[in-house]
Design a protein around this ligand. Structure first.
Ligand SMILES: [Zn+2]
Length: 491
C-alpha cells in the first residue's frame, strides 16, 4: 500500500487568488521564556520581518487581533487555571508554590514577565482568525503566534500555556459541522487531540516523532473514544524522515481523510521543529518538504487556518514560515533574502532555504506500510461524517465579566510600552479587526464542547520528555538589542 512518491518542486498557480488574513502583534517578540530556554517568541518577529521585506504585505490583509480575554480563554480552560495565569508573575511566584505544581508551571513552562499578555496575543489571533473564516471574510487565516498544541485544559505543558488552537476550533464549530485539525510539528499534538478525543465533529491528525520523545503520546492505536472513535489519527514516525518519505505518508493519509470525513474547514499547525537541523527535533525535512504539506492542504480549496507551533532553530523557522506564507499567497519569492532587521541571522548564505542533512532515515517502507494500512482501514469508519444538528448560537447580549480587559485602554497597556506601540508604522492595510457588529460572536461556548476533555483509555507510554530540561534564568521583557545579544550567545 505504501508507495514512495517523487518529491517535485512546489508549483505556484499565480491565478489562484485567495483572500488571506494575517495576524501579527508587534509585542509578541518582546516576551522571553528566559535565557537558555529554546522557545523564543522572537522567531515570530523574525518571520514577520522577512514576510514584510519580501513585500507579502501587499498581498494580504494584516491584522493585530484583540488579545483573548479571560472569559474567552475559559471556553476551554478552567477558571482557576486562567486566573492563576493572569495573576502569577516572577515577583510573586513564591505565593503560588502549590499552584505551580498543580498547573505544571516551572522548568519547561516558566513564569515570565507578561506571560498572560503573551497568551492573550496567541489566543486572540487564532480566535479572530477563526471568526473571520466563519464570516467568510477570508479564505485563509494565518497566526504564527498560535499553534501551542500541548496546553491542557488545566495545565501548562511543553512550552504551551494557552491552547489557542482549541479556542480557534471551538469558534469554528459555531459555523462548521466538521473541522479537520492537521499537525506537522515534530511533537504529538496531544492537547488538541485530548480536547476533542470524544467528538466526531473534530478530526485530529498528527504526524510526529514517536518513541522516547516528548510528550510520549500519539500511538498508532490511539484513535479516539466514544463518539470520537476513529476521529483521531496518529502517524508515529521515526528519526530522520526526509521530504519524499514524509510526502508519501502525508498525502495519502490526508487525501483519505478529505474524501471520507469531508471537513468544511481545516486548521493546520505548522510547527517548524520538524525541519532538518532543529535544535530539539530529529526529522530531516527541508523547507520545501515542510511547505509541501501547506501546499497540499491548500490544494483542497476549503477555508483554512494556519498556525505556528514549535521550531527552535529560529532562522529556519523564520525562513520556512515566510516561504509558506508565499505559497498561501501564490507568490514565487526570489531565493536571495531581502535585507531586514535580522539579516545577520541568515549567514553565511543569506538564502531562503533550509536544506536537509545526510542523516539516516529510520522510517523503512515496511514500517510506513504498516502504519498506512492501519490508518486507511480505520478511516473507512468515518464515512457518513456526522450529520449533527447545528446549534444556533446567539450573539451574547452583553459581555459578561472581564469588563476591564475589554476596554481599549486596558488593551493598549498590555505587554510593551505605549511608546513602543506608537513607534510602529502600520502599512495602509494593517488595522484592528473592528467589525463591532460582530464582536458578540466570539464569546459563547458551544454546548458540550467547550469542556470537552476526556481521559484516554489505555495507559500512556511511560516515556519522559527528552526535551524538558531548560534553565530557568531571569526572564523579563527585553529590548530587541538585548534579545539579539542573547540569541547570539545561544546560537
Ligand atoms: Zn514541537
Amino acid at each position: 500500500m505504501y508507495t514512495q512518491l517523487p518529491f517535485d518542486e512546489i508549483k505556484i498557480d499565480e491565478s489562484n487568488k485567495r483572500r488571506i488574513a494575517y495576524f501579527y502583534d508587534a509585542d509578541v517578540g518582546n516576551y522571553a521564556y528566559g535565557a537558555g530556554h529554546p522557545m523564543k517568541p522572537h522567531r515570530i518577529r523574525m518571520a514577520h520581518s522577512l514576510i514584510m521585506n519580501y513585500g507579502l504585505y501587499k498581498k494580504m490583509e494584516i491584522y493585530r487581533a484583540k488579545p483573548a480575554t479571560k472569559q474567552e480563554m475559559c471556553q476551554f480552560h478552567t477558571d482557576e487555571y486562567i486566573d492563576f495565569l493572569s495573576r502569577v508573575s516572577p515577583d510573586n511566584l513564591d505565593m503560588f508554590a502549590k499552584e505551580q505544581v498543580k498547573f505544571n508551571v516551572g522548568d519547561d513552562c516558566p513564569v515570565f514577565d507578561g506571560l498572560f499578555e503573551y497568551c492573550g496575543i496567541s489566543g486572540g489571533g487564532s480566535m479572530e482568525g477563526a471568526a473571520r473564516l466563519n464570516r467568510g471574510k477570508c479564505d485563509i487565516a494565518i497566526n504564527y503566534a498560535g499553534g501551542l498544541h500541548h496546553a491542557k485544559k488545566s495545565e501548562a505543558s511543553g512550552f504551551c500555556y494557552l491552547n489557542d488552537i482549541v479556542l480557534g476550533i471551538i469558534e469554528l464549530l459555531r459555523y462548521h459541522s466538521r473541522v479537520l485539525y492537521v499537525d506537522i510539528d515534530v511533537h504529538h499534538g496531544d492537547g488538541v487531540e485530548e480536547a476533542f478525543y470524544s467528538t466526531d465533529r473534530v478530526m485530529t491528525c498528527s504526524f510526529h516523532k514517536y518513541g522516547e520523545f516528548f510528550p510520549g503520546t500519539g500511538e498508532l492505536r490511539d484513535i479516539g473514544v466514544g463518539k470520537g472513535k476513529y476521529y483521531a489519527v496518529n502517524v508515529p514516525l521515526r528519526d530522520g524522515i526526509d521530504d519524499a518519505t514524509y510526502k508519501s505518508i502525508f498525502q495519502p493519509v490526508i487525501s483519505k481523510i478529505m474524501e471520507w470525513y469531508q471537513p468544511s474547514v481545516v486548521v493546520l499547525q505548522c510547527g517548524g521543529d520538524s525541519l532538518s537541523g532543529d535544535r530539539l527535533g530529529c526529522f530531516n525535512l527541508s523547507m520545501a518538504g515542510h511547505a509541501n504539506c501547506v501546499s497540499f492542504m491548500k490544494s483542497f480549496n476549503i477555508p483554512m487556518m494556519v498556525v505556528g507551533g514549535g521550531g527552535y532553530t529560529m532562522r529556519n523557522v523564520a525562513r520556512t514560515w515566510t516561504y509558506e506564507s508565499s505559497i498561501l499567497n501564490n507568490v514565487k519569492l526570489p531565493a536571495e533574502l531581502p535585507y531586514n532587521e535580522y539579516y545577520e541571522y541568515y549567514g553565511p548564505d543569506y538564502k531562503l532555504d533550509v536544506r536537509p542533512s545526510n542523516m539516516y532515515n529510520a522510517n523503512s517502507p515496511e514500517y510506513l506500510d504498516k502504519i498506512l494500512t492501519n490508518i486507511m482501514a480505520a478511516m473507512e469508519n468515518t464515512k457518513h461524517a456526522p450529520s449533527i444538528q447545528m446549534n444556533q448560537v446567539p450573539n451574547d447580549p452583553e459581555d459578561l465579566g472581564d469588563v476591564d480587559e475589554d476596554m481599549p485602554d486596558a488593551i493598549d497597556t498590555k505587554g510593551g510600552s505605549q511608546q513602543a506601540r506608537d513607534a510602529i508604522i502600520e502599512p495602509d492595510n494593517e488595522f484592528y479587526d473592528d467589525d463591532e457588529k460582530d464582536t458578540g460572536e466570539k464569546n459563547v461556548a458551544i454546548n458540550g464542547l467547550s469542556g470537552a476533555n476526556v481521559e484516554k483509555s489505555g495507559e500512556a507510554p511511560n516515556e519522559s520528555a527528552s526535551n524538558n530540561s531548560t534553565t530557568n534564568g531571569n526572564p523579563s521583557i527585553l529590548t530587541d538589542e538585548e534579545i539579539s545579544q542573547i540569541n547570539e550567545l545561544n546560537q
